[in-house]
Design a protein around this ligand. Structure first.
Ligand code: A3P
Ligand code: MG
Ligand code: MG
Length: 378
C-alpha cells in the first residue's frame, strides 16, 4: 500500500479556506511489512544540570549499578524522600526544541551524511516519535505536533493539548508521587561514576538530564533526533552508544496471567517504542508492591518485547507502529511546502479520528527561536 492512498479528504476545517487532507490512524491500514529503519547512530550528546542549564557534554550521564544478583533481593523504598528531597522540573516552562537546536547550531558544520543532509532531514525529539509510533493503538490521549520548514529541514515540536494541560494542572497527589517514584528508582540503580555505588540519600532533581543526539532514517525520511537516556552500562558487551544504554522503568507488581497480559498489551508497547527508536537494547523494570517498594527486577530485551504479543489478537504490531510513523512523516513533508520558520502547520489528533491540519502564521505556535533562525542564516 502506498502511503498516499491513506490520505483521505476530510470535512473542511475551520481556519482553512478549502477542504484539507487528513491521515487515518487505523491499524489495519499499516499492517504491511516492517519498513526500513536505519540502525540509530549517536552524533553527540548534551546534558542539562540541576538548574536546567545546557552543557555540550556527558556530565549528566549516569552509570548502571544494580545490586549484586547473588545478594539479597532488593528492597527499594521508592517513596523515600518524597517530598523533602524532591526538586521537580517546572513543567510550565515549554522548552520545545530549544536544547536540541542549540546542539544542532553548535554542530551543524560537523554533521555526517554529506552536504545537504540536514536540509533533507526531520529534526525532533525521540519522545514525539514515540507518540507517533503508538498512535494506531492509543485510545486515551491525543496530541498536537507543530511543524515548520526552515532551510529545507522539517522541524516537529509537540504542543501540549488543552486536555493534557488541564490534566497536568489537576494531577492527583497519588499520581504526583508515582512520578517521583519512577525517578527515585533511577537513583537506586545508578551511580555518578563508572564502578561507583548509587546514593539514595541525595535529592531527586528532575531538571537533570542526559540526552543523546542520533541519526537514523525511517523509509526515505532521514532523521535527527534527541532522547533522554537513563544510564549507560559500563559492563555492556558493546561500549558503543546507543547499545551501551539502559532504560529504567517501574511498574506495578503482577500476580495473575491477566495482569501480565494487560502489561504486555499496553505498557510494553510504550517501552518498546521509546527504546527501539533510540536503539536502547534493554529495559530494566523494577516491580513495586502496593507499599511502594521494589522487591524484584526483570530485564526486557527491546527486540524480544513483541514476542509477548505476537500471538495476541489484541496485541500491538511493530510494523503498524513504524508504517504509521512513516506515513505521518510523508504526510507532513507533503503538507508543509513553504520554507518559513514563522509558519506553522499544526497536526492534531484525537483517538478515534484521523490526523488533521491547521495553518498558523507568526502566532503563538511559532517555535523556531529567533536566535536559532538568525544564527543559521549566517
Ligand atoms: P517510570 O520509569 O516508572 O515510568 P522514563 O522512564 O522515560 O525515563 O521517565 C522516568 C520517569 O518519569 C517515569 O518513571 C515517570 O515517573 C516519569 N514520567 C515520564 N513520562 C511521564 C508521563 N508522560 N507522565 C507521567 N510521568 C512520566
Ligand atoms: Mg528517562
Ligand atoms: Mg526510564
Amino acid at each position: 500500500k502506498r502511503s498516499a492512498e491513506k490520505i483521505e479528504v476530510a470535512e473542511p476545517q475551520n481556519k482553512l479556506p478549502c477542504s484539507a487532507p487528513s491521515l487515518s490512524t487505523e491499524p489495519a491500514l499499516y499492517s504491511g511489512s516492517f519498513p526500513f529503519y536505519r540502525r540509530p547512530s549517536e552524533l553527540g550528546c548534551f546534558s542539562l544540570d540541576d538548574k536546567r542549564q545546557y552543557y555540550g557534554d556527558a556530565r549528566a550521564l549516569r552509570y548502571y549499578s544494580p545490586p549484586p544478583t547473588n545478594g539479597p533481593s532488593p528492597n527499594f523504598d521508592l517513596r523515600d524522600g518524597y517530598t523533602d528531597r524532591y526538586q521537580p522540573r517546572d513543567e510550565e516552562i515549554q522548552e520545545r526544541l530549544d536544547h536540541l537546536l542549540r546542539w544542532l547550531l553548535e554542530h551543524r558544520g560537523q554533521l555526517e551524511g554529506g552536504p545537504g543532509w540536514l536540509a533533507g532531514a526531520i529534526v525532533t525529539w525521540r519522545g514525539h516519535l514515540t507518540k507517533l509510533l503508538t498512535t494506531p493503538y492509543e485510545r486515551q490521549e491525543g496530541w498536537q505536533l507543530a511543524a515548520s520548514r526552515f532551510q529545507g529541514t522539517l522541524y516537529l515540536s509537540e504542543v501540549e493539548t488543552a486536555a493534557a494541560r488541564a490534566q497536568r494542572l489537576a494531577r492527583p497527589p497519588l499520581l504526583r508521587e508515582l512520578m517521583y517514584m519512577g525517578y527515585k528508582f533511577e537513583q537506586y540503580m545508578c551511580a555518578d561514576k563508572p564502578g561507583g555505588s548509587p546514593d539514595p540519600s541525595g535529592e531527586v532533581n528532575t531538571n537533570v538530564a542526559f540526552c543523546s543526539v542520533l541519526r537514523s532514517r525511517l523509509g526515505n525520511h532521514p532523521l535527527l533526533f534527541s532522547g533522554e537516556v537513563d544510564c549507560t552500562d559500563p559492563q555492556a558487551s558493546s561500549t558503543q552508544p546507543p547499545t551501551c544504554y539502559v532504560e529504567l522503568k517501574t511498574s506495578k507488581e503482577m500476580h495473575s496471567p491477566g495482569q501480565w497480559r494487560s502489561f504486555y498489551r499496553h505498557k510494553l508497547l510504550k517501552w518498546w517504542a521509546q527504546s527501539f527508536l533510540l536503539g536502547v537494547p534493554n529495559v530494566v523494570a523494577g516491580f513495586r508492591n502496593p507499599e511502594g517498594f521494589v522487591c524484584s527486577f526483570k530485564t526486557f530485551p527491546t527486540m524480544e518485547m513483541f514476542e509477548h504479543v505476537r500471538n495476541d489478537r489484541d496485541g500491538w504490531n511493530p510494523s503498524v507502529c513504524m508504517n504509521f510513523c512513516a506515513a505521518f512523516l510523508t504526510f507532513a513533508q507533503s503538507t508543509v511546502i513553504q520554507d518559513d520558520p514563522r509558519l506553522v502547520h499544526l497536526f492534531s489528533w484525537e483517538p478515534g479520528h484521523p490526523v488533521t491540519v491547521s495553518v498558523h502564521q507568526d502566532g503563538p505556535y511559532t517555535f523556531l527561536p529567533t536566535w536559532y533562525v538568525e544564527a543559521m542564516a549566517q
